[in-house]
Design a protein around this ligand. Structure first.
Ligand SMILES: NC(=O)c1ccc[n+]([C@@H]2O[C@H](COP(=O)([O-])OP(=O)(O)OC[C@H]3O[C@@H](n4cnc5c(N)ncnc54)[C@H](OP(=O)(O)O)[C@@H]3O)[C@@H](O)[C@H]2O)c1
Length: 346
């Protein structure tokens, strides 16, 4: 089987490439070749070029045919439309990596694949729609337009749309899990938000990749791809265990108070989000089609192993997440004083 992977050296694209190689596929990758984006996995044929450059995409088509393509680079609908049209004659199936952000209701409502999707034309330009708080986002509008670009070109029988929620695991450059792991390793008193019982459903990058390759082999449809579910408390315990930390966790249960201190949801404390639909994305359909997800503590342990023994690439987005040690301790100090006042007053 011949697989084309568009975007291949960071995170999900890398995992898809490695999974396909391990399954015996012949893999062609497409990327610009920036040194800071790391190396492609060994054993692939790489064609260099920019997703927005139609001459480069035409060279890619000339190197076909392909049994399937997995597209990690679909952000701007009119680019994806042009890429899909160019590859369609030489590609049997197109698997597009989308996101749960395409849903009108994310992160407010529980969602299935039948939930309403944002409206975006398949030939829309960059950053369509608008950014709302807590949603929707231009990212979500763009992905929704890209989905349409793929399905109008390949038809629903030759296209697969995967909508992952938060993806974690080795090579995660966004830095959500790495931030918690490094913070846990530093030890001391750690600030956590809300309740340890809050459900979360990140999915392991290797499980998304396995499912993407499984679909590339002949499964059409639209699928949410989320983890089986864990809790924030279990997640932080797994981080503590993986790092061998003796950290003590203080849960700030008054989340509005924490927000009033200027701590931002999602970025200030990675994975912290209070909206009820954030972690309520149903993946039953994908499970029935073959998605298997590992327990979150395996993802945590393997990511720590990669951080400490691999060669993590310092990504340009590293450092966007988290709060500084000084700020964390200052907030904890004010919180303790507030709690002492409240107890004293009772
Ligand atoms: N992370 C999450 O939690 C999450 C959740 C839901 C969905 N997703 C989706 O998952 C997909 C996977 O993305 P990823 O971030 O994991 O990275 P990735 O698949 O590893 O892709 C990044 C790769 O693409 C190449 N690239 C970047 N821009 C390019 C361009 N204009 N033309 C050609 N190649 C280009 C980079 O190499 P060069 O720089 O050398 O070109 C790099 O190899 C994305 O579509 C994202 O929306 C992610």
């Amino acid at each position: 089987m011949r697989l084309l992977v568009l975007g291949s050296s960071w995170f999900l694209g890398r995992a898809v490439t490695e999974t396909a190689l391990a399954a015996g596929w012949e893999v062609t990758t497409f990327r610009r070749g920036r040194p800071e984006s790391g190396d492609d996995p060994h054993g692939v044929t790489t064609i260099r070029g920019d997703y927005a450059d139609l001459d480069a995409v035409a060279r890619l088509a000339a190197a076909g045919p392909y049994d399937a393509a997995v597209d990690n680079l679909a952000y701007t609908p009119r680019e994806t439309l042009a890429v899909a049209r160019t590859l369609e004659p030489v590609t049997a199936r197109y698997v597009m990596i989308s996101t749960v952000s395409v849903y009108e209701g994310w992160p407010i409502k529980p969602l299935t694949e039948d939930s309403a999707v944002l409206e975006c034309e398949p030939d829309a330009g960059p950053n369509p729609g608008y950014d709302g708080d807590p949603g929707p986002s231009t990212y979500g509008f763009g992905k929704a337009g890209c989905e349409r670009a793929v399905t109008v070109t390949f038809g629903s029988d030759r296209s697969t749309i995967l909508r992952p929620g938060v993806i974690l695991g080795p090579h995660e450059y966004v830095g959500r899990l790495p931030w918690w792991l490094w913070r846990m390793e530093r030890g001391g008193e750690i600030l956590a938000a809300g309740s340890p019982d809050r459900l979360i459903q990140p999915v392991d990058v290797r499980d998304v990749a396995e499912f993407a390759v499984h679909c590339a082999a002949g499964r059409s449809g639209v699928f949410n791809v989320t983890g089986t579910g864990s809790t924030m408390g279990a997640f932080l315990s797994a981080c503590r265990e993986a790092t061998g930390s003796d950290a003590a966790i203080t849960w700030i249960t008054d989340e509005q108070w924490l927000a009033d201190q200027g701590v931002r949801q999602w970025t200030g404390l990675p994975l912290w989000r209070t909206y009820p639909g954030t972690w309520a994305v149903d993946s039953t359909r994908a499970r029935q089609a073959g998605l298997v997800t590992r327990p979150l503590h395996h993802t945590v342990a393997d990511t720590w192993e990669w951080l400490t023994t691999g060669k993590p690439v310092e990504h340009e987005r590293a450092g966007e997440l988290g709060i500084s040690p000084d700020r964390e301790q200052a907030i904890l100090g004010v919180w303790r004083a507030r709690e002492a006042d409240r107890c004293g007053g009772e």
